[in-house]
Design a protein around this ligand. Structure first.
Ligand code: MIC
Ligand code: SF4
Length: 643
């Protein structure tokens, strides 16, 4: 049978189970990555597992999110991560080195390998032909400890690319187009595979922009084949020896197919406040802008920034615009400084900021009240920029740079500015920002714990009767940014769940934490795609700390669903979506015979006041049932170790 690339890559890593859609399998994980805002939890959990030796070929701990140091908290967390990384032979990438996904692509990504990362944009590695999956921190800790990851065999959506992009149209416009077509839910339960002649017109960093934002489709991951351009990219990074060719068989059958003629795409933008709210720049028109932010793991590559520098060269940033640029890695920054491109940016009036996530996660550079910000990033959820009433549009680096000059959203094709051609560059291996393990055992190195690091909460085993009070009825597409907001004030508390939990749902409902306190046992009612967005398990741990017992929603986003199960919080799906409208705050609900019902695929919830019974779908795998019964993944592992 002709195989998709996805099937080939997953089959090459199968440890348990077979390639059957919907079947739960276990795959070998070759590499892991963590970043600092999810990493403290990962390494606390890894320490709790007391492993002798991590099982991956390579594990990297990046420091890139919490680099704004306005108090001791972030610096302490970084020391903690560094100490645990040393103890376990994990490579440590210091603050200033760059953004995890860009760095991983440049330094470590290998076609054909698997990568599990505690960040939802780990699929960036799919641009190199990897199966690169974002997951909750605990799943990454377990992958380090055991070398495996449990997943469900997904649908494979094939996207055939033909033609080539026109000038001023970029890889970002390809993924914005896909988001417009498929929406933020369109990739749930699927891996998106790109193929066709058009692939050969996209560089590895273009492909990585596309796979990066596959996270916004809700997809498990996205993947491109590896080819001569992949070899060329690896050569430019001094690692041609890592090249392997991987592609789908000709005529492979996909579960769903789409075709995009690249030459037909115009410059696009995602309007506030969702990455799938896409229209062409021309349709949106010349809206006045206050800020332009170029960078993030989506669009901070050397080529992206050289194009930006070329557009800015000899021009001036509009007087009403603040342009901030954050290069993706120290290697890129150093090269831009060396070849003069940085001077073009600064001379045009750009503010150069650290190679880090920065404004993407509200770590500085928040726009003014009611401001309009154009960003080359991947998420424009309300409030994520740090300014609650700002309007954020997502665009390509080319559109961002030309708009910074004109002061309004601009389709570059309507200007006389010419687009630069970026010559291929060779990068030297640089390890100044890395602490590379030397292969010797270091388990005697002490773990450095600052006062901000608090133990993570653990659930209790499932009881036969689960009772609680509805503490929130939430709408559709609730993001993990809504559940556990993150900005410069809250990110320093990622290792302190008691503090963080006081801000749970804060931006949409300030009363949530106090209601939970009164209720003691809480229940959340959600709409469709509940928990979309980041991989942060804090969006499950904070509710756990506040006593949430179960969530009933129209549907769940993949990573958040797993994080809930890992925490022992039961994610249930309405069998009849119209039931959603009948729930109200403070309603009491009971699950009777929970230990039996959890195995039944259908689970009944009773309202003791009215006697009404609601049917929900409890589609859990045998492993998930065991986790829910034990009160979460860690409790389950302890049980297993006792056997
Ligand atoms: C994000 O882009 O939302 C983040 C911050 O990178 C998150 C991880 C986190 O919350 O720490 C993600 O995408 O997983
Ligand atoms: Fe960092 Fe933004 Fe990428 Fe998340 S999406 S990893 S915050 S740059």
């Amino acid at each position: 049978m002709k195989k998709t690339l996805t099937q080939k890559l997953i089959e090459a890593h199968l440890v348990e189970g077979t390639w059957n859609k919907g079947e739960e399998v276990s795959i070998k994980i070759d590499q892991t990555l963590t970043q600092d805002s999810t990493g403290t939890m990962v390494y606390l959990q890894l320490e709790a597992m007391d492993v002798e030796q991590i099982k991956t070929e390579l594990s990297v701990a990046y420091i890139d999110h919490n680099t704004l140091q306005t108090g001791f908290e972030n610096a302490d967390d970084h020391e903690f991560i560094k100490s645990v990384a040393k103890r376990h032979g994990v490579l440590f990438s210091k603050a200033g080195n760059g953004i995890c996904h860009q760095l991983h692509l440049e330094n470590f990504g290998i076609p054909g390998k698997t990568l599990l990362g505690s960040d939802s944009h780990t699929p960036t590695g799919g641009g190199l032909g990897m199966i690169a999956i974002g997951a909750g921190g605990l799943d990454v800790a377990v992958a380090m400890a055991r070398g495996t990851y449990t997943m469900t065999i997904p649908r494979v959506i094939g996207i055939e690319l033909v033609g080539a992009l026109s000038p001023w149209v970029a890889a970002k416009d390809v993924i914005l187009h896909v988001l417009k077509e498929l929406t933020v839910k369109g990739g749930v339960g699927a891996i998106i595979e790109y193929y066709g002649q058009g692939v050969t017109s996209l560089s590895v960093t273009d492909r990585a922009t596309i796979t990066n934002m596959g996270a916004e489709l809700g997809a498990t991951t996205s993947v491109f084949p590896s080819d001569e351009l992949t070899r060329q990219f690896l050569r430019s990074q001094g690692r041609e020896q890592d090249y392997q060719e991987w592609s789908a068989d000709d005529g492979a059958i996909y579960d769903e197919t789409h075709r995009i003629d690249l030459s037909s795409l115009p410059p696009l933008a995602a309007r506030p406040h969702s990455p799938d709210n896409v229209a062409s720049v021309e349709e949106i028109g010349p809206i006045k802008i206050d800020q332009v932010a170029i960078g993030s793991c989506t669009n901070s590559s050397y080529t992206d920034l050289m194009k930006v520098a070329g557009i800015l060269k000899g021009n001036k940033v509009h007087e009403d615009v603040s342009l901030v640029i954050s290069p993706g890695s120290s290697k890129i920054l150093s090269k831009l400084a060396e070849n003069g491109a940085m001077a073009h940016m600064i001379d045009a009036g750009a503010r150069i900021i650290e190679c880090a996530c920065g404004p993407c996660i509200g770590m500085g550079q928040s726009p003014r009240s009611g401001g309009v910000s154009l960003r080359t990033f991947n998420r424009n959820f309300k409030g994520r920029s740090g300014t609650a009433d700002a309007d954020v549009y997502l665009v390509s680096p080319e559109t961002a740079a030309v708009s910074a000059i004109t002061g309004v959203l601009t389709d570059g094709r309507t200007t006389s500015i010419s687009l630069p051609v970026v010559p291929e560059e060779l990068f030297e291996k640089k390890e100044q920002f890395m602490v590379v393990p030397d292969g010797t055992k270091k388990k005697d190195i002490p773990v450095v714990m600052g006062p901000n690091i608090k133990p993570f909460p653990l659930n209790a085993p499932l009881e036969d009767t689960v009772e609680g009070t509805v503490v929130l009825v939430a709408g559709n597409n609730i993001t993990t940014d809504d559940i556990m907001p993150s900005d410069s004030k809250l990110l320093p508390y990622r290792s302190n769940i008691p503090h963080l939990s006081q801000y749970c749902f804060f931006t949409i409902d300030e009363g949530f934490p106090s209601r939970c306190q009164i209720a003691e046992n809480g229940i959340i009612i959600g709409g469709s795609n509940y928990g979309q967005g980041s991989s942060r398990e804090h969006a499950a741990l904070a509710p756990l700390y506040l006593g949430i017992r179960f969530v009933v929603a129209k549907s769940f986003a993949r990573i958040h669903r797993s994080n809930l199960i890992n925490s022992g919080i039961i994610p249930l799906v309405f069998q009849d979506e119209s039931d959603y409208d009948t729930f109200s705050l403070n309603q009491e609900l009971v699950i009777d015979d929970a230990l039996i019902q959890i195995k039944n695929k259908t689970l009944l919830i009773r309202d003791p006041l009215t006697g009404r019974v609601y049917k929900t779908i409890a589609d859990f795998s045998p492993k998930e049932i065991e986790m829910l019964k034990a009160g979460g993944k860690i409790n389950r592992m302890i049980e297993e170790n006792k056997k």
